[in-house]
Design a protein around this ligand. Structure first.
Ligand SMILES: *Cc1c(COP(=O)(O)O)cnc(C)c1O
Length: 375
C-alpha cells in the first residue's frame, strides 16, 4: 500500500497527462508558455479571486506575499505553532520575527483566542510591530477565517492564507485561497492538487499587489526582465507543470475531492469509537491533504505505527516537532506557551488516504489499527 498513490492517479489519467506534456515538448515554450496563462485564469476563476500568479513552489509563494507587503526587520508575523516548517521559514527568510501561536486541539488550526492574546502581548511589549497573521489550512481544512478576519481588522493586520494543503477546501461556498488578503498554495506532488515537480501560486484581488508579486517573481522586473527595479527572485512555474495541472484540474474538482471525502467518512465511521478522529467544522469542507488521528500518547502511537509498518501500511507523523522547538527558529520566535501543539506532536498519526484507494485498503488499515490497540 502507498501513503498517497500517485502512480495509480497517473495510470487513471495517463492519456490526458501524456498529451499535455507532449504538447509542451512540441511547442518548446518551456518557460511562461500559454499553459501557464491558461492555468492562472482557470484557478483564479475557480477560487473566485481576481488574480492568480503561479510561481516555483509554495514556500516562494509565502515569501512573495511577505515581500509584496514589505515585511522585514522589526515586524511581527503571527503563525500557528503546529504546521510545516516552510510557514515559519518564509517569515524568518524576510527578516521578520515569527510569533508562534498555539492551535486548536480539534481542528489543528490556529487558536483564535490565543492569537488575540499574543497580538495584545506583542503590542504591550512594544519591541516589534504586528503586521501579518499567517493562517494555515492544515491537513485540508480552512482555518477559522470569520474570527481571524475580525481580529485582523481590529489590529489592522494583513491575513496571509497558507493554503499549501488547502486548495479545494471551502467554508460554505467560499473557496480556500480566497480567505487571505493574499493567499498562497503549493503544487508539490503529494499535496491535494499536485504537479510532477515543484510548483506554487499566489492569489489576490488587488491589482497593485499582483503587479508587485509578478515583479518580485521575475528578478524584480520593471518594464522588462532586463529593467530591474527591485531585488526579487527567480520563481516561475514551468510550462510542463502548468500543463500537468491543467490536465489534472477537472479530475481533481469533479472526482478526486469527492472520493477523498468519501474515504475519510469511511475512516470516521469505522474508527470513531477507538481513536480520536479528525474534526471538520460545520459548513467547512476539507480537501483532505491528510487524514490524521490522535492516539493517547507517544507510546501508543509508536505501537500503532510499528504494528501497521509490519503489515506494510505506511503512516506519517505530521509533525513531530513544534515550530517553537525547531533548532533554526528556537532563538528567533518570541517565547510562548504552546501546550496543545506540543501534545499534538506526540499524538498525531496520519493514515493512508487518497482518491484512488480501494475500499479493501481502507478496511485493511482499519482492521490493523484496531488490532494494534487491542493487542
Ligand atoms: C508544503 C507546505 C508549504 C511549502 O510548499 P512547497 O511547495 O513545498 O514549498 C508551506 N506550507 C505548508 C503548510 C505546507 O504544507
Amino acid at each position: 500500500m502507498e501513503f498517497r498513490n500517485l502512480k495509480r492517479q497517473y495510470e487513471f489519467n495517463k492519456e490526458n497527462i501524456d498529451t499535455a506534456i507532449q504538447n509542451v515538448l512540441n511547442s518548446a515554450h518551456f518557460i511562461q508558455g500559454n499553459q501557464v496563462v491558461e492555468l492562472e485564469k482557470k484557478l483564479s476563476e475557480y477560487v473566485g479571486v481576481k488574480h492568480c500568479i503561479t510561481c516555483a513552489n509554495g514556500t516562494d509563494a509565502l515569501k512573495l506575499a511577505l515581500m509584496t507587503w514589505n515585511i522585514g526587520k522589526g515586524d511581527a508575523v503571527f503563525l500557528p505553532d503546529f504546521t510545516f516548517f516552510a510557514t515559519g521559514e518564509a517569515v524568518a527568510a524576510v527578516g521578520a520575527v515569527p510569533v508562534f501561536v498555539d492551535v486548536d486541539v480539534e481542528t489543528f488550526n490556529i487558536d483564535v483566542h490565543r492569537l488575540e492574546e499574543r497580538i495584545k502581548k506583542v503590542i504591550e511589549e512594544g519591541c516589534y510591530q504586528p503586521k501579518v497573521i499567517i493562517a494555515v489550512d492544515l491537513f485540508g481544512q480552512p482555518a477559522d477565517y470569520l474570527e481571524i478576519r475580525k481580529i485582523a481588522d481590529e489590529f489592522n493586520l494583513y491575513i496571509l492564507e497558507d493554503a499549501a494543503q488547502g486548495f479545494g477546501g471551502a467554508i460554505l461556498n467560499k473557496k480556500a485561497c480566497s480567505f487571505g488578503d493574499i493567499s498562497a498554495t503549493s503544487f508539490f506532488p503529494a499535496k491535494p492538487f499536485g504537479c510532477y515537480g515543484d510548483g506554487g501560486a499566489v492569489f489576490t484581488d488587488r491589482d497593485d499587489w499582483m503587479q508587485l508579486i509578478r515583479s518580485y517573481a521575475v528578478h524584480g522586473k520593471g518594464n522588462s526582465k532586463y529593467d530591474n527595479i527591485r531585488i526579487g527572485m527567480n520563481s516561475r512555474l514551468d510550462t510542463i507543470q502548468a500543463a500537468v495541472l491543467l490536465a489534472k484540474f477537472p479530475v481533481y474538482i469533479d472526482n478526486e475531492l469527492q472520493e477523498s471525502s468519501m474515504f475519510a467518512k469511511v475512516y470516521d465511521e469505522q474508527l470513531k469509537d477507538i481513536v480520536k478522529i479528525p474534526y471538520v467544522k460545520k459548513n467547512y469542507f476539507s480537501c483532505w491533504a491528510q487524514y490524521t488521528i490522535q492516539l493517547k500518547d507517544e507510546t501508543e502511537r509508536f505501537k500503532v505505527q510499528n504494528y501497521l509498518k509490519k503489515e506494510c501500511i505506511p503512516t506519517a507523523v505530521y509533525y513531530p516537532i513544534p515550530m517553537h522547538k525547531q533548532k533554526s527558529l528556537k532563538n528567533m520566535g518570541l517565547q510562548n506557551d504552546c501546550a496543545v501543539s506540543e501534545k499534538l506532536c506526540k499524538k498525531v498519526l496520519s493514515l493512508p488516504l487518497d482518491p484512488y484507494m480501494k475500499h479493501e485498503d481502507i478496511n485493511f488499515v482499519v482492521k490493523k489499527v484496531k488490532e494494534s490497540l487491542t493487542e
